[in-house]
Design a protein around this ligand. Structure first.
Ligand SMILES: [Fe+2]
Ligand SMILES: [Fe+2]
Length: 178
């Protein structure tokens, strides 16, 4: 099966909200690729795939409104690894696999044999993808959540977190807030 078909089939397996999240991330990443002149769709392919590991997480966990236990948090926090495990044999650029694995910057993955190493040259793309994931998560509607943020409120939250890629924050301010 060709890789595009493989990816399409994978995305179809996701629940509706995770699928919407992945496609929303991909669309935003395509905008950013055009804006920053990134070639090869590495960022947008990684954006589409970085959360597919949620296939391994139950809807009970993804939709839980109560405070998560430490164990539940660790399962959710490990979704980049699950995503990587799903796509590791795909015939795609190795940088995409590294972006998927480190899109929440997990230092715990860095010294494990058989996992791609953290690539300092991709630093800007890792932080871009992390911000795309966070921004989309804030603005999207979810059935199990009573409200979602406007682009302006999402932007303010992300600025307050004081740990995000400034170029991408500026891009959000200039292009998504009106
Ligand atoms: Fe993620
Ligand atoms: Fe996400």
């Amino acid at each position: 099966m060709c890789t595009n078909m493989q990816i399409n089939e994978l995305i179809q397996q996701l629940d509706r909200e995770t699928m919407g999240h992945c496609v929303g991330m991909q669309n935003m990443a395509v905008d950013l690729e055009n804006y920053f002149n990134y070639e090869g769709h590495i960022l947008s392919t990684a954006a589409l795939l970085c959360d597919v590991g949620k296939l391994y997480l139950s809807s009970y966990l993804l939709e839980k409104q109560d405070i998560l236990t430490e164990f539940e948090k660790s399962l959710i926090n490990n979704h980049p690894y699950y995503s990587y495990e799903i796509i590791k044999d795909y015939d795609i650029d190795e940088n995409i696999k590294s972006l998927v694995l480190y899109h929440h910057n997990h230092s715990s993955y860095k010294n494990i044999d058989n996992l791609p190493s953290y690539n300092d040259n991709l630093e800007k793309l890792y932080t871009t993808l992390e911000l795309v994931d966070a921004y989309q998560g804030l603005i999207e509607y979810r059935t199990y959540r009573t409200s979602h943020c406007t682009p302006y409120d999402a932007y303010k939250i992300l600025v307050r977190e004081n740990c995000h890629n400034q170029d991408v924050l500026d891009y959000i301010k200039d292009n998504y807030i009106y």
